[in-house]
Design a protein around this ligand. Structure first.
Ligand code: MLC
Ligand code: AMP
Length: 458
């Protein structure tokens, strides 16, 4: 699975650099073997997934031991942490990167020896739906390997590359593509700790990953963007890359950024190609092995994007009904994204989300219902409706409309942060006299977004 650790690419001292600390593959393997020995036999294990060598060792250790790894968002509030630990049954584990084991640890500990069968769960990543608490998405080693190989083909990604990014290590983008991808290809990895324009500029990579917020901040920093001109490929994903950001990047770097589309449940399924034609506002064509279709009303060109292929998840942990509901009767995965396909060349364009209750802010997927529930837990809040308002930096920003008395917006924001991950905090709290509802009592969020709702409170 992680070819680099079999020694085929030699052992550079700086094979990995994560938030300023470097390690060789041999050192990583030693630390991962120690993790594998610790977690062997557990049903699953969780590690607070900071941007660190420890998180990389945890991910590799899980694969060696054949025990699913559950990365915990480091900024998750106590309630979210509790939920993930309880729901997954994972054993909370500490990693000490300086404690290394050589030789065998657990079943099949050698990097080349399969600790886990390809069809065994390798990762459980928690992700939000429109309502309720986050669900665990179970991903097998086989799905991950299929995705990484398809991306390598699309991006001509090889051991010659130095991959640079600074994305969180508890989601598909940063962890699967950004860590396991580098280890499968044998490319050197530079994780910048945080994805700042300056850190990207200084890293001297050939291949760069970012979410649109990262690219838009780089595009606004001309010297940093110009420093990326020596790279081979800039890749954007996790949310739509605005066309003006695409154009600014092209002007400043001389490179046309490639966009790709994916989900936690499906991994990356559609992408532009290195050396291929890329158009702003489009995400390319399906990766090898992936089939897509648009479920459109007769006569319409846009509709829900549905897909099948070897990169799909094996289900939501412990939620067979939710898993079944994610598929059509004839077995296609329902992405919930609205898309169109150019009949001439098969290039896909993501038009938006089917549900107003799924928010993407800074590339993070956030369910409105989860934040509403957190707000309603506050004794002074009687109604809450959360929406994603268009935002030039974040794509969408979280705005909460609440009916409440005797509490400030800042207090409510802090209250949410104490329960959920920090990035789920509302950026703005607006006090209203009532949440507009239709005859069925359902909040009319479109009215909140356009501002055509009843009188403001206070
Ligand atoms: C944030 N801050 C707030 C706040 N929200 N303060 C008060 N109230 C609020 N509501 C604080 C932050 O904590 C931070 O403080 C500062 O404000 C700046 O926050 P920010 O604007 O959010 O910036 P930043 O922290 O730099 O985050 C931007 C970002 C981040 C792009 C770095 O959003 C990010 O890492 N996104 C990546 C998400 C991702 O990887 N998604 C992939 C999902 S997988 P301080 O003190 O810390 O500076 C997937 C599949 C696929 O989607 O297709 O890839
Ligand atoms: P997540 O599960 O966090 O990976 O979020 C998946 C969602 O991110 C998808 O359903 C899309 O809505 C969105 N997404 C990912 N990549 C893109 C992209 N390139 N363009 C538009 N939306 C994207």
């Amino acid at each position: 699975m992680l070819t680099a650790l079999d020694g085929v690419y030699g052992d550079r001292k700086d094979a990995l650099s994560v938030a300023g600390r470097t390690a060789s593959y041999e050192e990583l393997l030693g630390a991962a073997r120690a993790v594998a020995a610790d977690v062997a036999g557990a049903p699953a294990f969780a590690v607070t997934a900071t941007a660190s060598l420890e998180t990389v060792a945890a991910a590799v250790g899980g694969l060696l031991a054949g025990v699913p790894f559950v990365p915990l968002p480091p900024d998750a509030g106590p309630a979210e942490r509790e939920h993930i630990l309880r729901d997954s049954g994972a054993v909370l584990t500490d990693v000490d990167f300086d404690r290394r084991s050589s030789g065998s640890a657990g079943p099949g500990a050698g990097a080349g020896a399969p600790g886990a069968a390809p069809e065994d769960p390798a990762l459980v990543l928690y992700t939000s739906g429109t309502t309720g608490a986050p669900k665990g998405v179970v991903l097998t080693g086989a799905a991950i390997a299929a995705d990484l190989d398809a991306l390598a083909e699309a991006w001509q990604w090889s051991a010659e590359d130095t991959l640079v990014h600074g994305l969180p290590l508890f989601h598909v983008h940063g962890l699967v593509l950004g860590v396991l991808g580098a280890l499968r290809r044998g490319s050197r990895l530079v994780h910048t700790g945080r994805p700042t324009p300056q850190a990207y500029a200084e890293a001297g990579g050939s291949l760069y990953f970012g979410v649109p917020t990262v690219w838009s901040r780089i595009a606004a920093d001309a010297p940093a963007a110009e420093a990326l001109g020596g790279a081979r490929l800039l890749v954007s994903g996790s949310a739509a890359l605005p066309a003006p950001v695409f154009r600014d990047l092209e002007r400043l770097t001389g490179l046309r950024p490639v966009e790709r589309y994916g989900m936690t449940e499906t991994l990356i399924t559609v992408s532009g190609r290195a050396g291929g034609e890329v158009r702003p506002g489009t995400v390319g064509t399906p990766l090898p092995g992936i089939r897509t279709r648009i479920a459109a009303e007769p006569g319409a060109e846009i509709g829900e994007l549905q897909l099948t292929g070897p990169t799909l998840f094996s289900g939501y942990l412990g939620r067979p009904e939710a898993t079944a509901a994610a598929y059509t009767q004839d077995g296609w995965f329902r992405t919930g994204d609205i898309a169109a396909v150019d009949p001439a060349d098969g290039v896909h364009r993501i038009v938006g989300r089917a549900s107003i209750d799924m928010i993407k802010s800074g590339g993070y997927r956030i369910g409105a219902g989860e934040i509403e529930n957190a707000l309603l837990d506050h004794p002074r809040v009687s109604e809450a409706a959360v929406v994603g308002v268009p935002d030039a930096d974040l794509g969408q920003r979280i705005v909460a409309f609440v009916v409440a008395e005797g509490v400030t917006g800042a207090e409510l924001t802090e209250f949410v942060a104490a329960h959920l991950s920090v990035h789920k905090r509302p950026r703005e709290v607006r006090f209203v006299a009532a949440v507009p509802r239709n005859a069925m009592g359902k909040p009319q969020k479109k009215l909140l977004l356009t501002g055509e709702f009843g009188p403001q409170a206070g």
